[in-house]
Design a protein around this ligand. Structure first.
Ligand SMILES: O=C(O)CCC(=O)C(=O)O
Ligand SMILES: [Fe+2]
Length: 387
């Protein structure tokens, strides 16, 4: 795969040392944030809203109505070919997306110095900061974020001193967390059932499949409008690590997934000149949620479901918000393909490993899977069969 990201990789740096750009104050993309020309930038998107709507209708990414009788079968097909789909009829009220957006906008509109009071600590998981994957690239990203696991109260109190100000933020985020947990459980069992996996087959899910110890966290991603969006990158290409991510995006386009040679033809041209892959836009559909297959689901399904490479590009006139809810097994679970999906004809594609071992591999710290070490968040290491 050839991509913009490859030319600014690999590079490792201390996240905490990164300068925090005051995006609203800059009128051109500074050298520190200037990426090579972004290939497959969505044509016309967001520049004129009408064009955006036109493009929506022709998107090849499956949209699955959860009330459909064959929803699970359609999910399987989507996960096998694309590693991504959109869901509708999921039961999360539009009002909650609006509340979360209102609160996220309040947060990101605060002065930089105020936001930095709630900065993620060097070894911490939650709080305000730049994307974790930024450490792998020499160019900076056109985005900022806020990570929440459980209640965001500890950090929210640092952002707003008045209880009324932080409690409305916390209430919206806590409600989102509760709703997403329910939806994540439902989606997980639908996806696994589509492969013939039952609750009994997943030992770590508990007797009734409750997944009480599941790892869950979510990330508010804010992408300010950018004077030269084709030379900036909101969130560089990566795969998500957990089982899957449920993504809400506001009305501004930005999410793109990599279609490799194996996925079905979807029309349009391939501007990615060195390979057959191209970036396909996942259009924002009002009320729909995007589900991205992550690395662990790829491993558990023994490669049947594809961990989707994706990125977020930015827009010239409109800021963009996305909320990514990450869902994974408990942290002490041993990662290996589910027994039912391994047989004499299809041996395990991946060795058994612990979460920390997996993360070490993903960070490219010297262990090579399929002969491709280093470079970190690359798809190659997950595609090469093992053993
Ligand atoms: O903003 C988006 O659409 C993508 C967000 C994402 O991929 C992430 O937070 O991991
Ligand atoms: Fe992601």
């Amino acid at each position: 795969m050839s991509s913009v990201a490859e030319s600014v990789r690999p590079h490792s740096r201390n996240l905490q040392q990164q300068p925090c750009l005051d995006f609203d104050a800059v009128h051109e993309v500074p050298e520190s944030h200037a990426w090579p020309q972004v290939e497959d930038y969505p044509g016309g998107y967001g520049v004129e809203e009408e064009e955006e709507e036109k493009e929506d209708q022709s998107s090849p990414i499956p949209v699955i109505d959860l009330a459909e009788a064959n929803a699970a079968a359609r999910m399987r097909e989507a996960c096998e070919t694309w590693g991504v789909f959109q869901v509708t009829n999921h039961g999360i009220p539009m009002r909650l997306f609006d509340d979360v957006e209102t609160q996220a906008r309040r947060l990101f509109a605060l002065p930089a110095q105020q936001k930095l009071k709630a900065a993620r600590s060097p070894d911490g998981l939650t709080g305000y900061g730049i994307a974790r994957i930024a450490t792998f690239f020499s160019k900076l990203l056109w985005s900022e974020g806020f990570t929440i696991a459980g209640s965001p109260a500890e950090h929210a109190r640092l952002l707003w001193s008045h209880p009324q100000d932080y409690s409305q933020f916390c209430e919206a985020m806590e409600e989102y967390d509760r709703e997403m947990k329910k939806l994540a459980r439902r989606l997980m069992w639908l996806m696994l059932a589509s492969l013939g996996i039952t609750k009994e087959d997943v030992t770590w899910a508990g007797p009734g499949g409750e997944m009480d110890g599941a790892s869950a966290m979510f990330q508010l991603n804010w992408y300010p409008a950018c004077p030269n969006p084709e030379r900036a990158m909101g969130l560089a290409e990566h795969t998500d690590s957990p089982l899957f991510a449920i993504l809400h995006q506001n009305t501004t386009t930005g999410l793109q997934v990599l279609q490799d040679g194996g996925a079905p033809a979807a029309g349009g041209t391939n501007s990615n000149s060195n390979s057959n892959s191209r970036w396909v836009t996942v259009p924002p559909l009002p009320g729909a949620l995007v589900v991205n297959v992550g690395d662990l689901l790829h491993i558990f399904t023994n490669g049947r479901f594809k961990s989707v490479m994706h990125r977020a590009v930015v827009n010239r006139t409109r800021p963009r918000l996305s909320v990514a809810y990450f869902w994974g097994p408990p942290g002490n679970v041993w990662l290996s393909p589910l027994e039912k999906l391994v047989g004499p004809e299809n041996g395990p594609l991946y060795p058994s490993m612990s979460w920390p071992e997996y993360l070490k591999i993903k960070a490219g710290e010297g262990i090579s899977i399929g002969g491709k070490g280093g470079g970190g968040l690359s798809e190659e290491m997950w595609l090469a069969p093992k053993g």
